[in-house]
Design a binder for this molecule. Structure first.
Ligand code: ATP
Ligand code: MG
Length: 419
């Protein structure tokens, strides 16, 4: 036997039955977004590398070390998308869609070259939700409310919490950054290595540092909030006011800045303690300057992304979900009976699209076939023996109660199996 080829590190297969439960989660999310007026958009997985460099920012983790970039056959540098917002902005500009308000979502794989671990892979899935054309703080609150609604529907609301912050406007952040750098420079010897480096490259990211000593120093550092102007403060106050009105509990985290360069005003993260170190399950914020930065006409915008793997893990841990079991498992005693059984199965599937009907193709002894139906955890078995088939009947057995009866096709189709 030749050696088997393995998948790339951090690239996972998603197989049944896991895959079908995950599909259900995505279905719930699509339906919810549709309710809020967001429609699905499909964008390329590959974009020019420059798109991400210009939007996400050269000093961020994503661009500095996580991108899957390579030259195509034409020696042009292209990148597998690490996130979907940059592509969405490009698409809006390129397709002339900035005249009107647009709500869309992009669902699919994202790629980041990170150290694979539980809750962190190199190919992962996001549903990225974007709204273009609205500067109102009420939009920020509504985007947060979508997450709140999903987590409530999934019944995981009690184990997630919402952190929000305002990072104001670029000029305000610049003034704050200068103050922060001045403060931290006085403590440079005590900072962790990453933070020392970031002092030169991306000082705001130091606020994210998990290092205990750095955190201690940060407790005394100037606060971003004190550098916000009246307009930024009013914007944030309105977001908070609406969240309160909607009954959405939040925690203001003055150090939440998010890793990407393009955000302004409201930023937020939904986190959980149930998933260990990979606790952020959804994150986003406002990005008013991004469209213009990419060469479009100035357009306010905001969005967020659901991290599907982590939300799924949390949902599954909290509520082990029923697998998809067959409603009817079909057995037959011979080739002719099986052909008739398959004719019935086709009719039943047409009439009852919600039922899952499995034909047991192997014509073994009936006892063996029954054992397979049991193993598959089917609800009903439908047996086709030669005498029954001649009378146009089959035997239906309820595997939970052992009850059985002979029925014709119309009676099977008319069954009420929901109770
Ligand atoms: P983290 O701090 O965990 O690296 P991030 O800030 O890089 O997250 P975002 O760019 O905000 O993540 O992406 C939004 C969401 O996508 C995250 O909250 C997370 O749920 C999910 N996500 C990001 N990177 C990964 C990954 N490598 N594997 C699985 N999910 C991921
Ligand atoms: Mg990351």
């Amino acid at each position: 036997m030749s050696e088997a080829i393995q998948s790339l590190r951090g690239m996972n297969d998603i197989l049944p039955p896991h895959s079908s439960r995950r599909a259900r989660l995505l279905q719930i999310i699509r339906q919810l977004l549709q309710q809020f007026g967001y429609l699905p958009a499909e964008l390329p997985l590959l974009e020019k590398t420059q798109l991400f460099k210009r939007t996400i920012g050269g000093e961020t983790d994503i661009v500095s070390k996580e991108m899957y970039s390579f030259d195509d056959r034409n020696q042009e540098s292209i990148t597998l998308r690490p996130e979907a917002t940059a592509g969405a902005v490009r698409a809006m500009i390129e397709n002339g869609r900035l005249q009107q308000i647009t709500r869309l979502f992009v669902e699919g794989p994202m790629f980041r070259y990170e150290k694979p671990q539980e809750g962190r892979s190199r190919q992962f899935t996001q549903v990225s939700v974007e709204c273009f054309g609205l500067a109102n703080p009420s939009l920020d609150a509504e985007l947060i409310a979508i997450g709140h609604e999903l987590f409530t529907q999934l019944d995981i609301r009690e184990v997630v919490s919402l952190e929000i912050n305002s990072i104001g406007l670029a000029a305000e952040r610049k003034a704050y950054q200068a103050a922060l750098v001045q403060f931290l420079s006085a403590h440079i010897e005590d900072l962790d290595e990453d933070s020392k480096r970031r002092l030169q490259t991306n000082p705001l990211r130091i606020l994210d540092s998990k290092d205990a000593k750095t955190q201690e120093i940060l407790n005394q550092a100037p606060l971003l909030h004190d550098y916000l102007g009246e307009e930024s403060k009013a914007h944030f106050a309105q977001v908070c006011g609406i969240l309160e009105k909607l009954g959405i509990a939040y925690h203001i985290n003055p150090r939440l800045v998010r890793g990407l360069d393009y955000y302004c005003h409201t930023v937020f993260e939904w986190t959980t303690r149930e998933l260990g170190a990979q606790g952020t399950i959804c994150a986003g914020g406002r990005y008013d300057g991004l469209v213009e930065q990419l060469g479009g006409k100035a357009t306010p915008a905001a969005g967020f992304a659901f991290g599907i793997e982590r939300i799924f893990m949390l949902w599954e841990n909290m509520h082990p979900i029923d697998m998809s079991y067959p409603d009817i498992y079909i057995l037959a005693t011979g080739i002719e009976e099986q052909a008739e059984a398959m004719r019935w199965a086709m009719e039943i599937r047409r009439a009852r699209p919600d039922w899952q009907i499995i034909v047991h193709h192997q014509l073994q002894a009936l006892k063996k076939q029954f054992a397979k139906a049991d193993a598959a955890q089917a609800r009903f078995v439908l047996v086709f023996g030669s005498e029954e088939v001649q009378q146009g009947l089959a035997t239906l057995k309820n595997l939970a109660t052992g009850e059985q009866q002979q029925l014709d096709l119309a009676a099977v189709i008319a069954m009420n199996i929901e109770e």
